[in-house]
Design a protein around this ligand. Sequence first.
Ligand SMILES: C[S@@+](CC[C@H](N)C(=O)[O-])C[C@H]1O[C@@H](n2cnc3c(N)ncnc32)[C@H](O)[C@@H]1O
Length: 229
Amino acid sequence: MRLFTLGARLETAAGFIPSGASVADIGTDHARLPIWLVKTGRCTHVTASDIADIPVQRARENVARWGVSDAVRVVQCAGFDAIAPGSFTHAVICGMGGDTISEILAAAPWIKGARCTLILQAETAARRLREFLYAQGYTICEEIPVLDGRRVYSVMLVRSGADPHRDDPFFARLSAPLLTHRNEAARLYAARAKKSLTREMQGMAPGSAAYREASAFLTRMEEWEAQNA
Ligand SMILES: C[S@@+](CC[C@H](N)C(=O)[O-])C[C@H]1O[C@@H](n2cnc3c(N)ncnc32)[C@H](O)[C@@H]1O
């Protein structure tokens, strides 16, 4: 059976995983990433977890179908609830809302001391996820904007430690590492952030502190856009 391709979004997440890493894939659904990591020889053991019955059943079936049951352990739990600290070097949480990702991390505060690397991709509320990460003492070491089909995503590499940009709320909208990318995906990601800010400003009283802050953000986004046109 020829191995499937992951698609740009999960391929970017996989790109953060070095050879020999032990991985926990939280919210694995079809277990595509764990199967791919094992079948390509990148990893020898992966824990694939999901909270819901049907994804867990689907993950188990796929793992068996691809003959990797010895290497991929499928568990049913919320977040990291059934995953032992120290059992992984890299945790992947992709394809969920930013608030859910924050809740999963908040419920496992030991992660920060575990010296592991987090690979995160929020479908929604990425700004709130960045706010959570900065407030909780995580650093966004890298954030790659990705075009996958017609959609633009971003995949973050996060480690424990105070982020140098944590006190500037602009970087919750667009992280500093993301802004170092100068390609179509970065331009589309920034354009989306600008659109959302412009919409928010429509509900603000002109002259208010919030409006002035938002205007200053908009100017910074436009300056970045002008440099990256
Ligand atoms: C859209 S799928 C993403 C699958 C895969 N990670 C990806 O990025 O393609 C989201 C999965 O997260 C699971 N999920 C949602 N909340 C969760 C939680 N708190 N803990 C573990 N899994 C969760 C859902 O059941 C679902 O299977």
